[in-house]
Design a protein around this ligand. Structure first.
Ligand code: ADP
Ligand code: MG
Length: 253
C-alpha cells in the first residue's frame, strides 16, 4: 500500500474552471514524488488538499490507507502529526517574536509529545540534525539568513517524527547555492529519518535530483508521470520537453 495516494483530485474555487483537474498519484514509503509545473498550475492547491487544509471538490486523498477529506478534525489529528509541510517563504512561516528553541519545540508542546524536561535536549538535537548548533536556540528568526531560516522550518517539521514531508517550493526563495545546500540536507534527512517526500517545484533539475518519480502538471492536469529517468531522459510530451529546456542545469553535490 502506498503511504500517500491521491485519487481523481479536482478543485475549483467558485464557478470558474477547475484549478486542479482529475489528478491521481501515489507515493510509496521512503520515496519522493516530484510534482513539477509552472506558477499557477495548481501545485500548492494539491499540497493543501493532501495536508487536509482544504477540501477537494471531488476525489480523495488517502494517507496510510486512511482518508484525509471529509474527516473530523479530531480524527485528522493523529494523521496531521505524521504529515508535515515546509513552505517556500522561510521567513513568513516563523513567528518573529519567538525564540528558535520555542519555535522548534512548539509542535512537541501542542501535541504533548515530549516530557517538559526533555524539550530542550530534543530541540537542540533537531537543530543539530539540520546543521545548526546550540547557539541558535536562544536567538530570534531575524538573526538568521534565508537558508538558516529554512533549516529552522525543517527542524520544526521534523519535531513530531513525521512520515511524510510536503515540500512546497522549499528553495524557490533562496539563492541557487544556498538552495542546493538545503536540497542536499533534505536528501540526507530522508535517509536518516526514513522520510517520504512530496517535493513541489517548478525546476526540473531540482525535481530530478531528489525524486524517485515525477508528475508533470500543466493547468491543473497531469500531462505525464513516470520514473525520474523516464521523464527527464525520454519525455513523451512536448510540454515536459519545454520544461526541461526552460531550466538550466544546477549543480548539487
Ligand atoms: P501553483 O502553486 O502551481 O503556483 P496554485 O495552486 O497556488 O498554483 O494556484 C492554482 C490556481 O488556483 C491559480 O490560478 C490561482 O490563482 C488559483 N487559486 C489558488 N488559490 C485560490 C483561492 N483561494 N481562491 C481562488 N483561486 C485560487
Ligand atoms: Mg505554489
Amino acid at each position: 500500500m502506498p503511504l500517500l495516494e491521491a485519487r481523481n483530485l479536482s478543485k475549483s474555487y467558485g464557478p470558474e474552471a477547475l484549478v486542479v483537474d482529475n489528478v491521481s498519484f501515489s507515493i510509496a514509503s521512503g520515496e519522493t514524488l516530484g510534482l513539477v509545473g509552472e506558477s499557477g498550475s495548481g501545485k500548492s492547491t494539491i499540497a493543501r488538499m493532501v495536508l487536509g487544509l482544504i477540501e477537494p471538490s471531488s476525489g480523495s486523498v488517502l494517507f496510510d490507507g486512511s482518508p484525509i477529506s471529509g474527516v473530523s478534525q479530531r480524527k485528522l489529528r493523529p494523521i496531521r502529526r505524521s504529515m508535515q509541510v515546509v513552505f517556500q517563504d522561510p521567513f513568513a512561516a516563523l513567528n518573529p517574536r519567538m525564540r528558535v528553541k520555542d519555535i522548534v519545540a512548539e509542535p512537541l508542546v501542542i501535541h504533548k509529545a515530549c516530557p517538559h524536561s526533555e524539550l530542550q535536549p530534543r530541540t537542540a538535537e533537531l537543530l543539530r540534525a539540520v546543521g545548526l548548533d546550540d547557539s541558535a536556540l536562544a536567538r530570534f528568526p531575524h538573526e538568521f539568513s534565508g537558508g538558516q531560516r529554512q533549516r529552522i522550518n525543517i527542524a520544526r517539521a521534523l519535531a513530531l517524527r513525521p512520515k511524510l514531508l510536503v515540500l512546497d517550493e522549499p528553495v524557490s526563495a533562496l539563492d541557487v547555492s544556498v538552495g542546493a545546500q538545503i536540497i542536499n540536507l533534505l536528501r540526507d534527512l530522508q535517509r536518516e529519518f526514513s522520510l517520504t517526500y512530496l517535493f513541489i517545484s517548478h525546476s526540473m533539475p531540482l525535481v530530478r535530483y531528489l525524486s524517485t518519480n515525477i508528475a508533470v502538471l500543466h493547468r491543473g492536469r497531469l500531462v505525464e508521470s513516470g520514473s525520474s529517468a523516464e521523464i527527464c531522459d525520454a519525455p513523451r510530451e512536448a510540454y515536459t520537453r519545454s520544461l526541461l529546456a526552460a531550466t538550466p542545469e544546477i549543480r548539487v553535490d
